[in-house]
Design a protein around this ligand. Structure first.
Ligand code: KG4
Ligand code: ZN
Length: 356
């Protein structure tokens, strides 16, 4: 049985074909980065319009790459939420039309369940374990007792880690998407003279906070007069353009120190959750999980603590449809189909409870 999966929750238009046994036959991702980079972040209206243009060709390519004809499909899975409603609706409408036309079942998949399921691609994932999703929209910890029992135990109280990467990159005039740029320029930079806070790192619970860290970066940039052209008169996050002569290195050091602070907090909280819950497996997924500094440090800490660690391959960390396809297999098997009047969910509070 072949399933087509579609993902349009944010700024990637993606389609994949997976088999019911979990083989990935194709995984096509059309990134809209260039369309949004000029604005320093995702513009929802532009994302929706680009999804409309890209969804047809992306699905056609995914089917061609898999060597499957539409009539050979046994079901269609689509990201139902959480995400940008306009963006989600493009994928959902396309999936509904195709499912109806082919008379095959439709499944609405939670984007976060998809991220967590990316860990099952090429890895044996046993239960119970602790899962962490670190993306542009979420930074959450989960107690995962089985594929059906995913209980959130902590979340960010303000910015998500990826969002903080993007905002700090904007602030430092480094471009978009922030995580990728900050990772690249931080390599080998000695940042020890830059002290930044580790918000909530040593708290009892499993919640996160990254907006104070972003503000600490902003304060440092202002204090050191890094960007003479930075306009602070208006509300909203200012963005630097060209550093003052001689301040270029300082920008690199601040970026590297910021990355280190985020990694410190994520690693500490994830390991604490595993130990507190007496688990021996940690799964870390989402766009930020493609960060090399985070991956390396998690690996080292997990080894020290005798904890097994599964992080998806980089291409399955950032948004893609293969992860939605993997998550859908269980839904199709259990007959958890979505009605054709299924709606997009911008927020979805409990991964394993359907909110429709
Ligand atoms: O999972 P994802 O592709 O989309 C959401 O569901 O949000 O995550 C996107 C986020 C962006 O904020 C981006 O800056 C961040 O993941 N990201 C990274 C890296 N690659 C992407 N953050 C840190 N290091 C990276 N290499
Ligand atoms: Zn995502």
């Amino acid at each position: 049985m072949y399933f087509l999966a579609i993902e349009t929750s944010c700024d990637e238009t993606a389609a994949a074909v997976v088999t019911e046994r979990g083989e990935i036959l194709s995984n096509v991702v059309a990134s809209q980065i260039a369309d949004h980079a000029v604005f320093g972040g995702v513009v929802p209206e532009i994302a929706s319009r680009r999804h409309v243009e890209l969804i047809g060709p992306v699905v056609t390519e995914a089917l061609a790459e898999a060597g499957i004809k539409r009539h050979g499909l046994g079901g269609i899975a689509v990201t139902q939420g959480p995400g940008l409603v306009g963006a989600l609706l493009v994928g959902i409408s396309f999936a509904k039309a195709l499912a109806w036309g082919l008379n095959i079942p439709l499944c609405g998949i939670n984007h976060l369940e998809g991220h967590l399921c990316a860990a099952t691609i090429g890895h044996e994932v046993r239960y119970p374990h602790i899962g962490m999703v670190v993306s542009g929209g979420h930074t959450s910890l989960y107690r995962i007792d089985s594929p059906e029992e995913i209980v959130q135990i902590g979340q960010t109280l303000d910015d998500a880690a990826g969002e903080a990467f993007d905002k700090v990159a904007k602030l430092l005039g480094l471009g978009y998407p922030g995580g990728v740029v900050i990772e690249r320029i931080s390599k080998g930079v000695d940042h020890h003279e830059i002290e930044l806070p580790r918000p909530m790192m040593n708290d009892e619970g499993y919640d996160f906070s990254f907006s104070g860290l972003k503000t600490a970066v902003l304060n440092r940039v202002i204090r050191e007069e890094v960007f003479p052209d930075m306009d602070l008169r208006f509300s909203g996050l200012p963005g630097g353009k060209t550093p003052a002569p001689g301040k270029e290195d300082l920008v690199l050091k601040i970026a590297a120190a910021f990355q280190e602070a985020v990694v410190d907090v994520l690693v500490a909280k994830a390991i604490k959750a595993v130990k507190d819950h007496q688990r021996d497996l940690l799964v870390v997924a989402g766009g930020v999980a493609s960060n090399t500094a985070l991956r390396t440090r998690l690996q080292a800490r997990a080894e020290e603590e005798g904890i097994d660690l599964v992080i998806p391959e980089r291409k399955y960390c950032t948004d893609n449809a293969a992860m939605i396809g993997m998550a859908s297999i269980r839904h199709f098997r259990q007959g958890r189909y979505a009605p054709l009047d299924m709606n997009a969910l911008s927020r979805w509070y409990s991964i394993t409870k359907n909110q429709d």
